[in-house]
Design a protein around this ligand. Sequence first.
Ligand code: FE2
Length: 252
Amino acid sequence: MDTEFCIVDERSITEVPVPSYTVEEHGTWALLLAKQERLMASRACKEFLDGLDLVQFPKTEIPRLRDISGRIEESTGWKLIRVEGLVHTKDFWNLLSRKIFPSTDFIRKRDELDYTPAPDMFHDLFGHTPLLTNPDFTEFFEEFGHIGVRATNKYPEEHEIHKMLGRIYWYTVEFGLIQTPDGLRAYGSGSVSSPQELEFCVGPKCRHHPFDINVIAKRDYDIWHLQEDVFVIPSFEKLGKDFRTWAKSYGI
Ligand SMILES: [Fe+2]
């Protein structure tokens, strides 16, 4: 079956009605937030924790996208738009290149507290938006969009380059770790927004590989299980620099 992608509606999210959530859904947000905040201190990187302070998620109710978007915009100029689900990569790269991150506004079911393969708003907001307040990360993230757009223009049909970009995104933006003076810390949104992933990714059973963009670009990933192989960047600066060099080597 073909994957269905949602239509990207770029009306400002200030015009988009805030859904009315049930008491259970607000409770799901509160449970997830409390659990992740407990795990964060010794497992997430400083840049992510600083971002958490800036976005100030409400503790007991689901945040409004417009509020979070406003706080990100104040720090780096990035904005959120609301989407209903999966965005086609072509649209996704285009949005990133314009400093826009698409977020869902529905929350996972109670029986998916630990992991949901289809991203919900807890993944999109808690996982992605704190680092959108960090200029070192957003410089890389915006560049990802520009390089993605160039790859799409150069190779509009199916091409290995698209798979490689997807793998780089997966092993960095979604599940990347960073080396810090205090040890390994998570910055990937998939790791920081999932209790199981966050505990596992910095633990002894996870295989920690040195960051090598050429290895990552050729390595397939599995969306259905805990990530047993992760790659550790020395810094966001190095991540951005190696990514640009890699893209240039492919003429994009
Ligand atoms: Fe994500």
